[in-house]
Design a protein around this ligand. Structure first.
Ligand code: GTQ
Length: 358
């Protein structure tokens, strides 16, 4: 092995004689004046054997964070805030507004009578409803009233606003691909001239047309998203429980289902993969890891998630982040339902996605 290639080995720099090393350093210094850098001192960190998890695994207990989310209404209105959200920031990525390397999460609060004004942006957003009733989101001309457990899509570059015609606070989890779009530096946004964008279709239209096991004959869509933009929990829950009567769960994943675009059978959104799973009371999963970092929220039930040495007790509405390539197991004390989202769909399209069982 000659001297140049042997330095690709991190121990080789130490092995090179002092004189050789000094000559190299001098060369690197001269090359730097031309904005050139040697690859061989960086190759192993640029192209490692496997991912190093970014950020840390963490649980936000809903009982701990809920008072802060509710207090935010005492400080600012939804109109003034535009979106009144407490960001769930990964403790290992402070100041980044990121929950994972590629995704964002926040808890959004809307109070009765408020409107969060219409805007659009290139980021895609998902909502997973946590508590309350009577609030709606309007997306691209159609309103949907949200119930706890519903999964709602706001596709890239569609005008959307939120309102609340009921009583009591309403909270949902926002998932956006802000860091991913930021990586490509492809962020654009636009405010709608009015607080409330016009409604062009009656409520329930999309679900009837596209989400009833039927499709309008000849229907084509240019959207990369599912035309169904609210997947009601009542239906999802029924399907999950039917699965438990029909066969054994995946030993590493439980009864795991993905939200589907009925037009092509693909994921519901182009950048964020969304799933929901049920683990029956008393059951546990075997270790699993995958290259996508994932955010989980407890929909119903109690249990525990184990990530390395960490033990996260799970109770309804708790949020857990598991960085990519960290193995985890799930343990259900009672029937445990978990929603999750990750950048898996983007990784699959680009050919990166990997998973490991055991
Ligand atoms: O509801 O449009 O949590 O634009 C962050 C940015 C929510 C939203 C967020 C947003 C929204």
């Amino acid at each position: 092995m000659n001297a140049a290639t042997s330095t690709a080995n991190p121990t080789a720099a130490a092995a090179a004689s002092g004189a050789v090393q000094r000559e190299r350093e001098a060369f690197y210094g001269r090359a730097d004046t031309q904005h050139l850098a040697p690859l061989w001192t960086r190759l192993r960190s640029l192209v490692p054997e496997a991912p190093t998890p970014v950020g840390v695994a963490h649980r936000w207990a809903y009982a701990d964070v809920r008072p802060y989310v509710l207090e935010s209404a005492a400080h600012i209105s939804a109109r003034e805030a535009e979106r009144r959200v407490m960001i769930l920031e990964n403790p290992g990525l402070k100041g980044s507004s990121q929950i994972t390397n590629s995704l964002y999460a926040g808890l959004q609060l809307i109070m009765p009578g408020e409107v969060a004004p219409a805007h659009r942006h290139t980021q895609s957003a998902l909502r997973f409803i946590v508590e309350g009733s009577g609030a709606y989101t309007a997306v691209d001309g159609e309103k949907t009233t949200m119930q706890p457990g519903d999964f709602v899509i706001t596709p890239s570059w569609t005008f959307h606003h939120h309102g609340h015609e009921g009583s009591g606070p309403m909270v949902w989890l926002d998932g956006l691909d802000i860091p991913l779009v930021g990586f490509f530096n492809a962020t654009f946004r636009e405010d709608h001239p009015r607080d409330e964008a016009e409604l062009t279709r009656p409520e329930g239209d999309a679900l009837a047309r596209y989400g009833s096991g039927l499709l309008p004959v000849g229907y084509r869509s240019a959207s990369l998203n599912s035309p169904v933009f609210n997947y009601p929990y009542a239906r999802t829950r029924e399907a999950l429980h039917a699965l438990t009567r029909a066969g054994a769960p995946d030993p590493h994943l439980g009864h795991l289902m993905r939200y589907v675009n009925p037009l092509d059978g693909g994921w519901a959104m182009p950048t964020m993969a969304t799933t929901i799973r049920l683990l029956s009371a008393g059951s546990a999963t075997l270790p699993y890891r995958s290259s996508d970092s994932a955010i989980f929220i407890v929909v119903e039930g109690r249990g525990e998630m184990r990530v390395g040495e960490q033990r996260f007790a799970l109770t309804p509405h708790d949020v857990v982040v598991v960085p990519g390539w960290m193995a985890y197991t799930l343990h259900a004390a009672d029937d445990l339902v978990l929603f999750s989202y990750s950048d898996r769909v983007a990784q699959e399209k680009l050919g990166f996605f990997r998973e490991q069982r055991g």
